[in-house]
Design a protein around this ligand. Structure first.
Ligand code: MEV
Length: 422
């Protein structure tokens, strides 16, 4: 069986790394060439994706190693500008492997379409009337997407809510749509628009908005990992991680940063696979606040052996068909590297990466602090800014880290000395 455990992957050159990945994911020579093109997105394709295009914008694509999820090895493509994130994810995944890896489950890919109805006098009566014709409404919705229905998806159920708004009571109809392998916005919005006239007729109210909800709380991912305390650096570190979680559970200021750490991992894969990261972000934070206070999306506790148990629960509306997942050739390639067969599998992988990323951050915070890891990459960036090339980059960075001074003037000074003594 293929293993994602590739020791010293970080020490290889990008070309050598690509060779490993190509072998793992059975990439064709054309696909390898596409990755070497640095961006892989032609202007003509970009021009069809959005309006007023003048170019394309590059970001680093890294691979996180060591991931074992539901007993299967994955190499994780991550697109992100922040140093340390990919290394941290790989590191945490290695520790989680020692406890058997990460386990991840998901609900059916059900998205919510909202239809807003206003101007109803007998609103509870209207709620009854809508529920009474549920089957008719679902039929109208499903007529809009026979392909989705053929795949086992489609509008499955209806919920009707009465909400009190600053403009008075409103009837909100939720159309629950199983979107299968799509992110779902197109299918859901089309269906919401299709059922609106009938709902207006039934209720006698006026329909305004007909749109998907990004609070995708019917499309949840749950991930769990047990990390042996020795893998994490001992009892004290494990305890520190639990305290870090408790801090986030009690304080929204900390919870925001805690969840930001989770989203470092989540977004990087969401972007790599061409998915809508704003939708995922909106859903994650709305879900974090569902109990009336902003809370962490993960939990960390100790089991009876003193090992660390991490769980994560969040909505993840991701697709593997349609949109940029298809039009952007690099997104297609990243999906191939992941080897996911369904949108649900992709969501399960992304949830697992979020949990690993969270562990990495909390471990660093509970042990040596976050800056140490950041500093060596930061130092390399400063060395490049100072004009270092080739081997000089590592040498200048190392000397700056050793002296504990990472500044441009220091990098220039070290570089001059190095070149003087050469
Ligand atoms: C930095 O991008 C993310 C962290 O701040 C997350 C956290 O504090 O848990 C390290």
């Amino acid at each position: 069986m293929k293993s994602s455990r590739i020791p010293r992957f970080y020490q290889l050159s990008p070309e050598e790394r690509l060779k490993h990945v190509a072998e793992f994911a059975e990439l064709t020579p054309e696909e390898v060439e596409l990755l070497k093109k640095h961006g892989g997105l032609d202007l003509s394709v970009a021009s069809r994706m959005i309006e007023n295009v003048i170019g394309t914008f590059g970001l680093p694509l890294g691979i996180a190693t060591n991931f074992l999820i539901n007993g299967k090895d994955y190499l994780i493509p991550m697109v992100i500008e922040e140093p340390s994130v990919v290394a941290a994810a790989s590191n945490a995944a290695r520790m989680m492997r020692e406890g058997g890896g990460i386990f991840s489950i998901s609900t059916a890919p059900v998205m919510i379409g909202q239809v807003q109805v206003v101007g109803i006098k007998d609103i509870e009566g209207a709620k009854f009337d809508v529920l009474k014709v549920k089957d008719e409404i679902l039929k109208i919705a499903n007529e809009k997407d026979p392909v989705l229905v053929g795949l086992g998806g489609g509008a499955k159920d209806l919920e009707v809510r009465v909400i009190n708004s600053p403009e008075g009571p409103m009837l909100i109809v939720h159309l629950l749509v199983d979107v299968r392998d799509a992110m779902g916005a197109n299918a859901v919005n089309t269906m919401a628009e299709a059922v609106a006239p009938y709902i207006s007729q039934i209720t006698g109210g006026k329909v305004y908005l007909r749109i998907i909800s990004n609070l995708a709380d019917k499309r949840l991912v749950r991930a769990k990992a047990i990390v042996p305390k020795d893998a994490i650096g001992g009892e004290e570190v494990a305890k520190g991680i639990v305290y870090a979680w408790a801090f986030a559970a009690a304080d929204p200021y900390r919870a925001a940063t805690h969840n930001k750490g989770i989203m470092n991992g989540v977004d990087a894969v969401v972007i790599a696979t061409g998915n809508d990261w704003r939708a995922v972000e909106a859903g994650a934070h709305a879900y974090a606040a569902r109990n009336g206070r902003y809370e962490p999306l993960s939990k960390w506790e100790l089991d009876e052996r003193g090992d660390l148990v991490g769980t994560l629960e969040m909505p993840l509306a991701l697709g593997i068909v349609g949109g940029a997942t298809k039009t952007n050739p690099l997104a297609r390639l990243c999906l191939k590297i992941l080897g996911v067969k369904t949108a649900s599998e992709l969501a399960e992988v992304v949830g697992a990466v979020g949990l690993a990323q969270n562990l990495a951050a909390l471990r660093a915070l509970a042990a040596e602090g976050i800056q140490k890891g950041h500093m060596s990459l930061h130092a390399k960036n400063i060395a490049v800014m100072a004009g270092a090339v080739g081997d000089e980059v590592d040498k200048v960075a190392e000397l700056m880290v050793k002296d504990g001074v990472i500044r441009l003037d220091k990098a220039i000074e070290i570089l001059q000395k190095l070149r003087g003594s050469a």
